[in-house]
Design a protein. Structure first.
Ligand SMILES: Cc1cc2nc3c(=O)[nH]c(=O)nc-3n(C[C@H](O)[C@H](O)[C@H](O)COP(=O)(O)OP(=O)(O)OC[C@H]3O[C@@H](n4cnc5c(N)ncnc54)[C@H](O)[C@@H]3O)c2cc1C
Length: 263
């Protein structure tokens, strides 16, 4: 590591101001950022700690939506009675992230801001049509994820919470890399309150995306067989040492079918 300035913000607006002034970065649980700094993939001169900012904490259920504060740790989502009651798929997703240490430090806001191509939270946000709330504005899921490690956030914009509309049913299933537990392919399926089917895929491409062919199949029949029969084109999917694009394309309907069965 190299020497960095450490500052503790009092509010989201304060954090934004400190970042704008210093050119630094927000620090949530450090589960991605500190690793990136050790590898010199990120070299901020200042870290602005978001821990302890009251407006970034808490899980609330209010008229058809579940709101999760940006600094909520994965372990707290996994253990939340409110989450288990309203959208149990989110508790299960959080429980499947990394290992116990990562779940005890990593946050939903940090995961979304980081937008790792294999992260789990982006699939839930996109499939459920959630809203990412920052200290300045509300960003719909379809406009939030821009590409590999890229989002609609400005450099000094702080996520304060994520608001999920409660669906009729939903489930997330991932085919995990056995070492990191990151998704080789992860599929979040949802039947929304209006009856429409949404399917978001992570791990398979440079950024999370909706699987149109699986959604079309589930619009006709929300069944595992319908999902499994859908065809997903390998064009544009990722090939790496873990799996080819063709293998990932094959996995998507298979995993989607398991998710529909679980939902
Ligand atoms: C061994 C290991 C295994 C993992 N396995 C998985 C897995 O299976 N699935 C999975 O989804 N993830 C996995 N992760 C990543 C983990 O989920 C992290 O929680 C996530 O990457 C973000 O970390 P963090 O919350 O600590 O954010 P940090 O690392 O502190 O920050 C990440 C980025 O987000 C920015 N940021 C943080 N909070 C905010 C905010 N509120 N507003 C604006 N910007 C913000 C930071 O400036 C930084 O750029 C794993 C990580 C490790 C180390």
């Amino acid at each position: 590591m190299y020497a960095v300035e450490y500052q503790k913000a009092k509010s989201a607006a304060d954090a934004s101001g400190l970042i704008a002034k210093s050119g630094g970065r927000a620090l949530a649980g450090g589960q991605s950022l500190i690793g990136a700094m050790k590898l010199r993939l990120a070299q901020p001169g200042t870290l602005v700690d978001l821990a302890g900012i009251p407006e970034l904490a808490g899980i609330r259920v209010e008229s058809g939506t579940l709101s999760i504060g940006a600094m909520t740790r994965h372990a707290d989502v996994a253990g939340s009675a409110d989450v288990k009651r309203t959208i149990p798929a989110l508790a299960a997703l959080a429980e499947g992230i990394g290992d116990r240490q990562v779940r005890n430090m990593g946050t939903i806001g940090g995961s979304l801001a980081n937008n790792d191509p294999a992260a789990d939270w982006p699939a839930a946000v996109l499939a459920l049509g959630a809203t990412v709330i920052t200290h300045q504005r509300r960003i719909g899921a379809s406009d939030f994820f821009k590409g590999m490690y890229e989002t609609a956030l400005a450099a000094d914009e702080i996520i304060t919470a994520v608001s999920f509309p409660v669906p009729r049913k939903a489930a997330y299933v991932k085919f995990p890399n056995p070492a990191s537990r990151f998704a080789l392919v992860g599929v979040f399926v949802a039947q929304l309150a209006d009856g429409s089917a949404r399917v978001a895929v992570t791990g398979a491409a440079p950024s999370v995306f909706r699987a149109a062919s699986v959604e079309a199949a589930l619009a006709k029949a929300f069944t595992p067989d319908a999902a499994k029969a859908a065809h997903v084109d390998a064009a544009g999917l990722s090939s790496d040492l873990h799996a080819s694009a063709a293998y990932r394309a094959h996995l998507i309907p298979v995993i989607a079918a398991r998710a529909v069965a679980a939902a």
